[in-house]
Design a protein around this ligand. Structure first.
Ligand code: SF4
Ligand code: MG
Length: 349
């Protein structure tokens, strides 16, 4: 069957006073129905720009989509703004890192959920005041209320009914994030985009949120794009992982394969920097993401790569090489079409 989402050759630039930044350079990935795919990479690698491009919320300008297709059920959303708007309102929902930015401090949870249920996708309704004035006049208010209580309950929020009347400041960070997820689900989307939704939370709360999210994904057969800088989090939630570096996807594989046999030198560095039992997050890779106005020639990772081959990696552009089934890696080490075992042996070296 066809994937629900097919991002093909997506390139995005940003114009700033420093010049033109090519922040996404030919990004390709797919998400199948019911599948969770994680985009993993350091801050600034282009994960959020990718998410916003898919969601249709990339600020343009200064952002500029210079090439590519974003196919949703086969339709290229980049070619049809109205279709994108429609899909965004009816079928996609996004969950963000910081609930306080997306929850209004002056309205209780129930009123915000009702507003999302009523006005999602309508860009003509922008002010809370206008929204508020409609609240008393809705015929389906009772139905929305029931749906809100049920979702809050599914997110294991104690006293869901009472929570409808509470304000965001009265809730803990973890409870606010549960509310945000419930809000994202109220219009029964089929596709979720989650941009680092657990990053601000402590590890125990983070695990609870991931469990709840996974439960929702399974029970409602949601497809999800999950953005994180943390490979450990990706392992908890994703079926497949795309590793991003400096605006490009450098490795794609099933979650267990990425952990069992990481192939790209960057992926291996990220794995080394996963917090171990101590919870300490060390860095497995020296250096920083390069300047996007003048990215390195050849492989963008070459200035930081411990396996760099001078004369090749710094000169020749890298392609995505297929290694075994459902596995691609953008690295000159693997360009000879090798079998997975052979590639894993090289990676283990
Ligand atoms: Fe390292 Fe070369 Fe592979 Fe880039 S192409 S990751 S520089 S070995
Ligand atoms: Mg980000």
């Amino acid at each position: 069957t066809d994937p629900i989402l097919d991002v093909h050759d997506l390139s995005v630039s940003f114009d700033t006073y420093e010049g033109r930044h090519d922040v996404l350079n030919g990004v390709n990935f797919t998400i199948n129905e019911g599948e969770t795919v994680a985009l993993v990479g350091e801050t600034g690698c282009g994960k959020s720009v990718t998410a916003r491009s898919v969601m249709g919320t990339l600020p343009r300008p200064p952002g500029d989509i210079t090439s590519g297709k974003i196919r949703y059920h086969g339709d290229n959303l980049l070619a049809d703004e109205d279709a994108h708007e429609q899909v965004k309102g009816d079928q996609m929902s996004m969950i963000f890192q910081d609930p306080m930015t997306y929850l209004s401090p002056v309205y209780p949870v129930g009123s915000m959920m009702a507003d999302v249920a009523t006005y999602s996708g309508r860009k003509d309704v922008s002010s809370w005041e206008i929204l508020k004035s409609f609240l008393g006049h809705r015929e389906n208010a009772e139905e929305i209320r029931e749906r809100s209580i049920e979702l809050l309950d599914r997110m294991r929020i104690p006293d869901p009914e009472g929570t409808l009347d509470r304000y965001p400041v009265e809730l803990s960070g973890g409870m606010r994030q549960r509310v945000i997820i419930a809000m994202a689900l109220i219009n029964e989307p089929e596709f979720l985009i989650a941009d680092e939704p657990t990053t601000a939370l402590d590890v125990t709360v983070q695990d609870q949120i991931l469990d709840l999210l996974r439960e929702r994904v399974t029970e409602q057969n949601l497809s999800m794009l999950y953005i994180t800088h943390n490979l450990g989090v990706a392992r908890e939630i994703a079926d497949r992982i795309c590793i991003m570096y400096a605006g490009e996807i450098v490795e794609v594989g099933r979650t267990e394969e990425i952990f069992d046999a990481p192939l790209h030198p960057y992926t291996r560095g990220l794995l080394d920097s996963i917090p171990k039992l101590t919870g300490f997050e060390g860095s497995g890779i020296d250096g920083q993401i390069p300047d996007y106005t003048n990215p390195p020639s050849g492989c963008r990772f070459h200035p930081r790569c411990p396996a760099v081959m001078r004369g090749t990696c710094d000169m020749e552009p890298v392609e995505h090489y297929a290694v075994g089934e459902d596995r691609t890696v953008a690295c000159h080490l693997y360009e000879d079409g090798m079998e997975f075992e052979e590639a894993a042996a090289i990676a283990a070296d």
